[in-house]
Design a binder for this molecule. Structure first.
Ligand SMILES: C[S@@+](CC[C@H](N)C(=O)[O-])C[C@H]1O[C@@H](n2cnc3c(N)ncnc32)[C@H](O)[C@@H]1O
Length: 267
């Protein structure tokens, strides 16, 4: 008889791997449960979970990130201007923000045009909060950021005070739903394709439950390997087709590296 696949054992196997030890335990538990049901045995299930984690998290950031050295660079930068330039360099260390760096100012200007939010919530944030010095926001804006990479979250919490930013970062798995907080602007930048790797349709249940009058959703215009293959048209069509038009007014801008939708919740 085949040995039953126990999700808890699968999660332990995954967490035992150095590459995934720093990922939110809730996400690993949820994926272990899901993939465990499809696998022949626990080893196979762990392999499937690791593959998903690679697609969702690992593909964007090196396994050994020198967070302490990054903090030292920020700490030793003599003034705000140089700290902003260190941020611009660090943005290159995460694949997703690296793609954005060439059009950083244009993209943030579009996102925050005519908005002076008191609270921004950046979900599945990666290193995007380091773009804060380039965002046209009042210094009083509180910036909250969430991701499943706990090392990244710790780094952001140490970096915020060095950058003079109000706010904090916290670990949160979006597959379990949105965080229980309201914001003036929620950013879901290039996050939905990652989440949909694990659960189809999760994007639209998130949009329905996020507590914010303005939600900004974006998609990459090229694959991680750099191939374009009509990705922009594909994401635009698929997103707009499934967007509940009676709930949101939508404004879109296609930048070279990113397709950005601003969704204003209708009363
Ligand atoms: C494509 S990157 C986008 C990063 C950032 N939003 C940006 O555009 O620069 C996807 C991010 O989603 C995070 N992520 C993956 N699965 C997640 C989940 N279930 N909940 C929260 N964040 C997740 C990854 O760690 C990664 O930082």
């Amino acid at each position: 008889m085949r040995k039953p696949v126990v999700a808890g054992h699968v999660a332990e196997l995954v967490q035992g791997s150095r590459k995934y030890a720093d990922i939110d335990a809730g996400l690993i538990a949820a994926l272990s449960q899901r993939e465990g049901g499809k696998a022949a045995n626990e080893k196979d299930a762990a392999k499937r979970v690791k593959r998903k984690l690679h697609q969702m998290v690992g593909a964007y950031l090196d396994a050994d990130v020198p967070f302490a050295a990054w903090l030292e660079r920020l700490r030793s930068a003599p003034e705000a201007l140089t700290r902003a330039e260190v941020c611009r360099e660090l943005l290159q260390q995460h694949v997703s923000t690296r793609e954005r760096v060439g059009e950083l100012q244009e993209i943030y200007d579009f996102i925050f045009a005519a908005a002076a939010p008191q609270i921004v919530l950046d979900l599945a944030c990666g290193l995007n909060p380091l773009g804060r010095p380039f965002m046209p926001l009042p210094t009083s804006t509180q910036y909250f950021a969430a991701d499943v990479h706990r090392g990244l979250i710790g780094f952001l919490n140490d970096a915020f005070p060095l950058l003079g930013l109000a706010g904090r970062a916290f670990a949160h798995d979006l597959l379990s739903g949105p965080p229980a907080m309201a914001a003036d602007v929620v950013l879901l930048l290039k996050a939905l394709p990652c989440l949909e790797q694990a659960e189809r349709g999760v994007g639209h249940s998130l949009l329905a439950t996020l507590q914010a009058p303005l939600i900004v959703v974006s998609f990459p215009t090229a694959s991680l390997g750099g191939g374009k293959r009509g990705m922009e048209r594909f994401y635009q069509q698929r997103f707009l087709e499934s967007l509940p038009a009676e709930q949101f007014a939508c404004e879109m801008h296609a930048f070279a590296s990113e397709l950005v939708f601003k969704l204003r919740r209708l009363p």
